[in-house]
Write a protein that binds this ligand. Structure first.
Ligand SMILES: Nc1ncnc2c1ncn2[C@@H]1O[C@H](COP(=O)(O)OP(=O)(O)OP(=O)(O)O)[C@@H](O)[C@H]1O
Ligand SMILES: [Mg+2]
Length: 253
């Protein structure tokens, strides 16, 4: 196979130049990191699960009219996406207190919030992705006021969709993080959901038992991360199929 040009190697994914201009191949690695990469491990099968799950959620977003970067899955670990200019913010939507917000405000994890709360963190690993306000975002020009209106609306639409899908399979969507990118269409600029949606970027608790089915299993050493992600995939019907042995040749037309 011809060598592809690597564009970026991140903690969880590698980006390659796609076959057409304006496209990117996202390769999902098995690497897991937490606490700004202070904790690291390789978790066999995580990349495959996240690739399948991100495809599932992004396709769902497309089906309900929420624009996103997903084009098609190429294989078990790779998907083709639309290249975009990533806005340097992590957009977090919270339905229940957990993680850094629970700590910051002295709340018990799992406390239901009066309404979804959207937070913004600056994407900057050196600074540990600090929380920023819309004032910072506007003053430093990371996004315009119009962008922020669109980002808020996208984030809340994704929340309604994801919370509903999860509820349908007995999972509570505690919170999640998305990234947003700019794409240009002629003279117009649009914002779309980019990066990934997977148990790496969500907090998911079983409704009945409260069992954690997301990256907190890794962060807090709560057991097998692949078991947790596989459970989510199984409930959603997106478990990677074991290759079934073919008994006789099949004609494909
Ligand atoms: N459609 C897209 N076009 C361009 N870049 C993208 C797109 N989707 C995601 N990205 C970027 O690709 C990278 C994905 O790699 P990964 O998630 O491993 O990064 P990371 O180690 O978490 O670092 P970062 O802090 O940059 O997110 C991220 O930088 C993300 O912003
Ligand atoms: Mg990332």
């Amino acid at each position: 196979m011809a060598r592809r040009k690597k564009i970026y190697e991140g903690k969880a994914k590698t980006l390659y130049e796609g076959p057409e201009p304006g496209t990117i191949v996202q390769y999902f690695k098995d690497d897991a990191t937490a606490f700004n990469a202070e904790k690291k491990d390789v978790i066999e099968g995580k990349g495959v699960l996240n690739n399948m799950l991100s495809e599932y959620f992004m396709t769902g977003l497309t089906n309900v009219g929420i624009p996103n970067h997903f084009m098609k899955r190429l294989n078990m670990r790779e998907q083709l996406v639309r290249a975009c200019e990533i806005i340097p913010l992590e957009v977090i939507v919270r339905n229940y207190a957990a993680g850094s917000m629970a700590k910051r405000l002295g709340m018990d994890e799992g406390t239901q919030l009066p309404r979804p709360i959207v937070e913004y963190c600056l994407k900057n690993d050196k600074l540990g992705d600090p929380l920023v306000t819309e004032e910072h975002i506007a003053a430093f020009g990371w996004a315009t006021q119009q962008d922020m209106d669109d980002i808020l609306s996208l984030a809340l639409r994704v929340n309604d969709f994801l919370a509903g899908v999860m509820y349908g399979v007995g999972i509570k969507l505690i919170d999640f993080k998305i990234e947003i990118g700019r794409v240009y269409e002629g003279d117009f600029m649009r914002l779309i959901v980019a990066d990934e949606i997977s148990p790496d970027s969500c907090r998911l608790w079983d409704i009945e038992t409260g069992q954690k089915l997301d990256k907190d299993v890794f962060r807090r050493d709560l057991g097998s991360l692949t078991d947790a992600y596989s459970e989510v995939a199984k409930r959603l019907g997106v478990m990677p199929k074991a290759s079934t042995p073919m008994t006789k040749p099949h004609l494909i037309n």
